[in-house]
Ligand binder design. Structure first.
Ligand code: MLT
Length: 277
């Protein structure tokens, strides 16, 4: 049934593609620890692991800079229609430049939902473009976000102020469809949204409607509810810049998470303190 012999091993390390289902976990008779070289543990059945007393560890810090840089890349690319400009050149359509007027980031407001490691690094980088950074995170006190230049405010105050919104939260019941029809309706017309976190934080159907009506001026999407998507309508939309979950796809991040998870396994084997989400 499996391409390997899970019953032989005490530990299992995976990246994102391998699904560690209850079947895999239950077949691992000796399994004591599962490591995710990356942040999200959504490809691991944590409940099944916990019920068998198996430790699940991740490496929440290793991807931070890469995910933040990818977010900033999408914000910049959206502001200047980089993807459509490139498509025009490849199609030898120089005249497209007439419809590719952009807007500066300078003086615009970036709303950051989720002010943890990645949200903070995004804020610091986009401040250097002259953006005003506001945000929300129930776990980060306002005086802490103020230290890295983000004015914290409730979500209902954030939406009407934002020119760009980027989300950096896990996908949990409280964040599923966080940006929905109602939120789009109270945003500035033409607001741009970016999701390098998890598909489903922005309601994909609501986003499509907002793009069509012009209420949303563009979206940078690295993640989707279904990966790979069965339906590429959103990814193909002319106002969308889409990438196939590349947030952590850098040589530096992948090396970092590999080293971190290996070190954490060694620590466990040596009885040191556990670390992870
Ligand atoms: C993560 O959770 O580590 C990132 O989203 C990257 C990935 O899943 O590969």
């Amino acid at each position: 049934m499996f391409g390997f012999f899970p019953q032989k091993y005490d530990g299992l390390i995976v990246r994102s593609a391998t699904k560690v289902t209850a079947d895999v976990i239950n077949a691992g008779k000796n399994l004591k620890i599962i490591g995710r070289a990356g942040t999200g543990v959504d490809n691991i059945d944590c409940e099944a692991a916990t019920s068998r007393g198996i430790i699940v560890m991740n490496t929440p810090g290793g991807n931070t800079l890469s995910a933040a840089e990818h977010t900033c890349t999408l914000i910049c690319a959206l502001s200047r229609h980089v993807a459509r400009g490139d498509q025009a050149m490849k199609a030898e359509k120089w005249s497209e430049r007439k419809v590719l007027m952009g807007s500066e980031l300078y003086g615009k407001t970036l709303a950051i939902v989720g002010l943890g490691r990645i949200g903070k690094e995004v804020a610091l980088r986009m401040q250097s473009f002259g953006m005003t950074t506001i945000g929300f995170d129930p776990l980060v006190p306002p005086e802490v976000s103020q230290e890295f230049g983000v004015e914290s405010m409730p979500l209902e105050k954030i939406w009407p102020l934002a020119d760009y919104i980027t989300v950096h939260t896990p996908l949990i019941p409280q964040t599923r469809n966080l940006i929905n029809d109602k939120v789009f309706s109270i945003c500035k017309k033409g607001v741009k949204v970016v999701n390098v976190a998890r598909g489903g934080i922005i309601d994909e159907e609501a986003l499509l409607r907002a793009l069509e009506s012009g209420q949303c001026g563009g979206a940078g999407l690295d993640v989707f509810i279904q990966e790979p998507p069965k339906d590429f309508t959103l990814a193909k939309h002319p106002k969308v810049i889409a990438t196939p979950h590349l947030g952590a796809s850098t040589t530096e991040a992948q090396e970092r998470v590999a080293v971190e998870i290996a070190e954490q396994f060694v620590d466990v084997a040596q009885g040191k303190q556990l670390f992870g989400a």
